[in-house]
Design a protein. Structure first.
Length: 435
């Protein structure tokens, strides 16, 4: 985790003290279940809670023990025994390290998903507000980066809203999929611990029992979780790249907010750079980078190995922290985005009416021209305009072949900008409902 790109709410989920607190809760809830089953004394379970429930675990002490034992869970249990006393011998009865580690990781990933879902809600709210603000603000649509036909800036934001709505649904599903618990002991057979202990711990920790674990929770669940984060990151970048293009000097249809006192360049005082959008592209790459190791973690040896462990210790915090920061940054960017409708109209008019070429093409075919001829008539009038040699509508009116099929009034009617926007309401209802 890099402090520059870390928000405290998400970082706290991955702090050692939080992790050890979750480990303790897993062990203590298991002790409660074992006590109810008569495996350990009930007083011992009560003592475990009483002595350590409000304890601040000594991270340095745990690290010191681990340097000797070379085992993090044993180091924690040793330190816990120092706090609890003799009754600590009843902790971890029939359990294996993965029971603690995997259940804890899933608790952390679930909590991280809660924050990310809230972040997505803020992004969606910002997109909806700005989309309705610019619902009918005309702008040029581009294919291959080239002027195509008119759209509205509100539609651009509606596209993004629909995409992030899908992202939210995927993340909710990934949160559900990752929310399982395994307290099944060595190789997952429950030989040394009753399955009812797992059921108790799962309920207490807000999870579900893993239907069948080996000695680890199956990593396909985690692969789907991190793949979902990767797709969300790609959606962030898609919108960020759009904004970066729109802020280019020769386009300048939208621009990141530039605060008083902000500097764009150490060398050129005039610069106003799309630094937030560029930053989002970089952050998205980092989140996506963790998808491949998550997929590779699925293939573990037999009932358990720890080849996944080192990767997850990095990717768990890094991917969630980075995506959390990116989503909040994106929400702020959209909320304060500067939009320039006059420049949008200027760019719409830049090609002298060529954006209406398809309407003329269709009109000619409907009046009897073959598609091949109609395309030829329209293109030969469009190319001079492309080179800056005239106005498209004027040239069409002078073309004898075109005039065989269309009157001047019919040609003029095909240059109505409103025609392209007649279904904006329909699209908005599909995206936002009847709001």
């Amino acid at each position: 985790m890099i402090p520059r790109y870390t928000r405290p709410e998400m970082a706290s989920i991955w702090e050692p003290q939080t992790r050890f607190k979750i480990w303790f809760e897993i062990e203590a809830h298991a002790a409660d279940a074992l006590a109810e089953l008569g495996v350990i004394p009930k007083e011992a379970a009560k003592t475990i809670w009483a002595k350590a429930k409000d304890a601040t675990f000594n991270v340095e002490r745990i690290d010191e023990i681990e340097r000797e034992t070379k085992h993090d869970v044993i180091a924690f249990l040793t330190h816990l025994a120092e706090i609890v006393g003799p009754e600590a011998r009843f902790v971890h009865q029939g359990m294996t390290s993965s029971d603690v580690l995997d259940t804890c990781l899933n608790v952390q990933l679930k909590r991280a998903a809660d924050l990310l879902i809230a972040d997505l809600d803020r992004v969606l709210a910002a997109l909806k507000t700005r989309a309705f603000e610019h619902k009918m603000t005309p702008t040029i649509g581009r294919s291959h980066g080239i002027h195509a036909e008119p759209v509205t800036f509100g539609l651009k934001l509606a596209y993004a809203h629909a995409e992030f709505s899908r992202a939210r649904a995927r993340l909710v599903a990934a949160r559900e999929e990752i929310s399982t618990c395994a307290i099944s002991g060595a190789v997952g057979t429950f030989a040394q611990i009753d399955p009812r202990v797992e059921e108790h711990v799962a309920k207490a920790m807000g999870l579900r029992p893993e239907p069948v674990s080996t000695q680890v929770i199956p990593r396909d669940r985690h692969a789907m979780y991190f793949a979902t984060l990767g797709v969300i990151a790609s959606s962030i970048e898609r919108l960020a790249v759009e904004i970066r293009h729109l802020q280019r000097t020769e386009v300048l249809e939208a621009e990141e907010f530039f605060s008083e006192g902000q500097k764009g360049s150490s060398a050129m005082p005039h610069k106003r750079n799309p630094v937030l959008s560029e930053n989002l592209s970089g952050l998205a790459r980092m989140v996506r980078a963790y998808v491949t190791p998550a997929l590779e973690n699925v293939a573990l040896w037999h009932e358990r190995d720890i080849s996944h462990s080192s990767a997850e210790r990095m990717m768990g915090p890094d991917a969630t922290v980075t995506l959390d920061f990116a989503l909040v940054r994106l929400a702020g960017l959209i909320e304060k985005l500067l939009v320039y409708p006059a420049n949008m109209q200027k760019n719409l008019d830049r090609l002298g009416g060529l954006v209406h070429s398809q309407r003329v093409l269709i009109a000619l075919t409907q009046k009897g021209a073959s598609r091949e001829d109609a395309y030829k008539f329209v293109q030969r009038n469009a190319m001079p305009v492309w080179r800056g040699e005239g106005d498209f509508q004027t040239l069409l009116k002078k073309d004898a072949d075109v005039k065989k099929y269309l009157t001047d009034a019919e040609i003029e009617e095909k240059f109505d900008l409103g025609y392209h926007l007649k279904h904006v309401d329909t699209i908005f209802k599909r995206v936002f409902g009847e709001s």
